[in-house]
Design a protein around this ligand. Structure first.
Ligand code: SF4
Length: 285
């Protein structure tokens, strides 16, 4: 994201309370990542960063412990090198584990409470059997929280851009929603047992009420180019374009016709096409 646009966004959103830096890429690779966090933190905005933590060296970890990030969600989609490296690039399992340990030591040395570190796993068929092992790994690494979520979306909307057809196929093959329910229950219950044994907080996906999404009322998601979308779960604005905050300004987009129509549809019994395949909409995120 262009720095001038980012700074302008924060100026426009003077009462902003929370900011998530995430995306299909790695936010820490932005050349002004630490400046971006510091600018938000100075305004008392709680900054959450979703990262693979694979691109950091010691210097970056030192800065991470002191730049003002509130919550660091480290994407670790497996408890073994084989599974993690089959699911996530770059293939640097050992480095991520080393970085987690080093970050903990740096925080201890600095007496830093933040960032709160969470191991985040998107559960699929391939890593389902490693949920309990991930909780135990968190304990060994000194991480107190594990958050497990389902694949956010099945990419089933009729107007899905062709570029994402492969993502739809992969999701269809890997989603635990079509997995044997007994197998799912068995591994979830082992993970809960591990969580009790290890004293690690475990957040599991919802099994709850469908249609409870407040994302387009509570916040705005913008791509690196400034294009607006209703939420971060759809990842790319082409799937539900709601305007251009870089060109028109954030409030013009927020109060615009496209956003209003999207919210109306989401609140109705006939939600937008893109929401029908969403795990949050189904209460299973
Ligand atoms: S229900 Fe729609 S707006 Fe809400 S998170 Fe899902 S895709 Fe986004």
């Amino acid at each position: 994201m262009d720095w001038a646009f980012y700074a302008r966004l924060l100026d426009e959103l003077a009462s902003l309370e929370g900011l998530r830096l995430e995306g299909t890429g790695e936010p820490m690779c932005h050349p002004r990542f630490f400046d971006a966090v510091a600018l938000a933190a100075r305004r008392e905005i709680a900054v959450t960063v979703s990262t693979g933590l694979a691109a950091c060296g010691t210097r970056e970890l030192e800065r991470l412990a002191s730049c003002g990030v509130s919550r660091l969600e480290v994407q670790l989609d497996g408890a073994t090198r084989e599974t993690y490296e089959a699911l996530r690039a770059p293939r640097r399992f050992s480095r991520v584990l080393r970085n987690l340990v080093q970050l903990r030591r740096i925080k201890e040395r600095l007496g830093a409470v933040r960032p709160t570190v969470v191991l985040a796993l998107t559960t699929v068929r391939e890593n389902l059997a490693e949920l309990a092992a991930l909780v135990r790994l968190a304990r060994r690494l000194g991480v107190a929280r594990v958050a497990v979520r389902n694949v956010p979306h099945d990419f089933s909307e009729s107007r899905l851009p062709k570029a994402y057809a492969a993502a739809r196929d992969w999701t269809g093959a890997q989603s635990v929603s079509t997995e044997d329910p007994d197998r799912v229950r068995r591994h979830v219950s082992r993970a809960l047992e591990a969580s009790r044994e290890c004293g690690v907080e475990l957040r599991l996906p919802g099994r709850g009420v469908a249609g409870r999404c407040r994302q387009p009322w509570d916040g705005l998601a913008v791509s690196w180019r400034g294009r607006a979308m209703p939420c971060g779960l759809i990842a790319v604005p082409e799937r539900a374009p709601l305007g251009d905050a870089a060109v028109d300004g954030v409030f013009h987009v927020w109060n615009g016709l496209a956003f209003g129509e999207f919210r109306d549809a989401l609140a109705s019994p006939a939600p937008p096409d893109v929401c029908r395949g969403c795990a949050l909409y189904k209460g299973r995120f």
